[in-house]
Write a protein that binds this ligand. Structure first.
Ligand SMILES: Cc1ncc(COP(=O)(O)O)c(C=O)c1O
Length: 381
């Protein structure tokens, strides 16, 4: 079990997110060691977690950042990411968001449709600017992950379909205020096997060859994010296998010496450094089950309710060696407000502290105030 600062936890109001900054530092070191190639550029997908303390640490490590809204761009700039390392993605960028990104001279727009290209061209022309563009291609690859986080299949709303890419490329090439720098891909999230990434490389190689024959060279290839984490063994594998991940792209992408590869990793960077810490309010006997009712709910961590995700649940204050089986549930008026079914925990009582592990990604950032609840707090080491 992780070494939690229990004394500090006991003094803090629950529920709150605990971020292990030391683990985050080691994770960032591992990313940088594994992506040492001069033409590899790692961006952090800030949608995974925009906690100011977390993103400051990531910007200090020298990573770029992938944003999907004006709010994320503002948060990134505030945390110290330079505008020249900000890429702006998203299927439905608003006019004012594009305006803000153009004014800040961000690195690149990852564009998902021809109407969006038209709007960026118009707005950049008014400002006498030239916007760097990567066209997001929908590569039609099954990432074999949860259907809510599969993004690269033909029927997903994301990206330009392969058959329509030519028109988007031609539109960029004839637009004086757009500079086509490359292609962008993202096939899904929580991908724990390397095969889908290899397929992605094959698809990219094919596109590079096809367009080379047409006289179009892509200076930058953005392969998105998606590397998963081990939700069932956060202490056994606290740092994802970045070596194997980057190796796939090093060994399988056929690039010339000037082409750059961009990565947009979210979950794999911050997932394991965060835990949701919550206090037991009641232990309730049902007819067939015992429930541990905690003060955190789906408003604080929605992944179990939204994706049927399972996080390791630990009682971090009980010293009892006897165990019991419980359903661990929150106080929200929804049946889906359940963190775990038939969890084996040490005998648990009112006031115990529970850690819900691997909650650093898509946790705090997705918190809501449903039921007029407060947002969760934050503690770091
Ligand atoms: C375009 C894009 N890039 C990067 C990411 C980050 O993915 P992950 O957190 O799985 O690394 C996402 C996540 O949805 C995304 O949509």
């Amino acid at each position: 079990m992780s070494n939690f600062p229990i004394k500090e936890f006991e003094a803090a109001a629950t529920p709150f997110y605990f971020y292990d900054m030391e683990l985050l530092r080691r994770t960032l070191d591992a990313v940088k060691d594994s992506a040492h190639d001069d033409n590899f550029h790692v961006h952090y997908a800030i949608k995974a977690n925009a906690n100011p303390l977390v993103i400051k640490k990531i910007s200090e490590a020298g990573l770029g950042v992938d944003c999907v809204s004006e709010g994320e761009i503002r948060a990134a700039l505030k945390a110290g990411f330079p505008a020249s390392k900000i890429v702006f993605a998203g299927v439905g960028k608003g006019d004012s968001e594009i305006d803000y990104a153009l004014d800040n001279d961000i690195e690149c727009f990852n564009v998902e449709s021809i109407p969006e290209l038209q709007l960026i061209q118009e707005m950049a022309a008014v400002k006498c600017k030239v916007a760097n563009i990567a066209i997001r291609v929908n590569p039609d690859i099954d990432a074999h992950t949860h259907h809510y986080i599969t993004t690269g299949l033909e029927e997903n709303k994301f990206g330009v379909a392969l058959d329509m890419l030519r028109s988007a490329v031609d539109y960029c090439l004839k637009s004086p205020n757009l500079r086509l720098v490359g292609l962008h891909f993202h096939i899904g999230s929580q991908i724990t096997v390397m095969e889908p990434f290899k397929l992605l490389c094959e698809r990219i190689n094919g596109l590079i060859d096809t367009y080379k024959k047409l006289g179009v060279e892509f200076q930058s290839i953005n392969v998105g994010g998606g590397l998963g984490i081990d939700y069932e063994d956060p202490d056994g594998q606290p740092i994802p296998d970045f070596k194997s991940y980057f190796e796939v792209f090093r060994n399988n992408l056929r690039l010339d010496s000037t082409q750059q590869v961009h990565f947009e990793l979210g979950r794999s960077i911050v997932g394991q450094c965060g835990s949701l810490i919550t206090k037991v309010r009641y232990v309730k006997e049902g007819l067939k089950k015992k429930f541990v009712i905690v003060d955190a709910g789906m408003t604080d961590l929605i992944r179990p309710a939204l994706y049927q995700a399972h996080h390791v649940i630990q009682n971090i204050t009980s010293t009892d060696i006897a165990t019991e089986t419980y359903d661990v549930v929150g106080p929200i008026c929804e049946s889906s407000d359940c963190f775990g079914v038939e969890e084996t925990l040490p005998v648990t009582k009112r006031g115990d502290l529970i850690a819900i592990r691997s909650a650093g990604a898509y946790g705090e950032i997705m918190a809501s105030q449903y039921n007029c609840r407060n947002l969760p707090g934050c503690v770091t080491n």
